[in-house]
Design a protein around this ligand. Sequence first.
Ligand SMILES: [Zn+2]
Length: 242
Amino acid sequence: MQDQLITLAKMQTLDDEIGRYRGLQQELPKQLNEIIDAVEQAMANMLECETVHAEISKKQRALELEIKAHQEQAKKYAGQLAEIKNNKEYKALNSEISYLQDKISGIESTLLELMEADSDAKEKVAASKAELEKAETRKREKEGDLRHQIDSLETQIEAIRSKRNELARTLPVAVVKHYGTMIKNKSNQAVAFNREGSCGGCGFVIRQQMRIELQLMRKLVYCENCGRILMNRIEEKEETEN
Ligand SMILES: [Zn+2]
């Protein structure tokens, strides 16, 4: 009977391992997607920063052209001033020129503000490029490894499962059947250790009589609440597992 218990405990250890791999089958593709998404996100962010920067540059160029046009116009008016005899016309043209000069200085102050926005935008472009590079490096370093791990999980699970099935063949069919049902229905746990007088699976208190039976190891003892196969810890080292 002790052999059976040891075998069952070993089988549970293997099923725990399978459970961990199943967890990885959920988790690793998520990690992979996160890494790929991060690159796409960083790329989109960088393009947006570049667009903002390009728009500012475009505005700057347009305003510079506007200044140039106003300056030329003002110069033209200044040239005409010499030819004007009429005082009223002279005044009118003069005020036209000062109007243009006001406009020019207005645009120049807008340009100053834009210079600041331009340097901010440049910084953002540089930062977003650095972010993108970081994300790409991470992808380069991890993607292959993750894909390889994901691809090999099923093989690893299969190998563990065949080891477990080999162990199962040494047990009575009814015990294996019960074990399998528990694995399937009780969160991948068929074997529960006596944890200070309670079932390690569900916490149900083990009756005194059953605790004696656990020590005697003459027959299999099942938790009265969850049905898991109960046993006392056989080896000390298994304590470190959970
Ligand atoms: Zn239980």
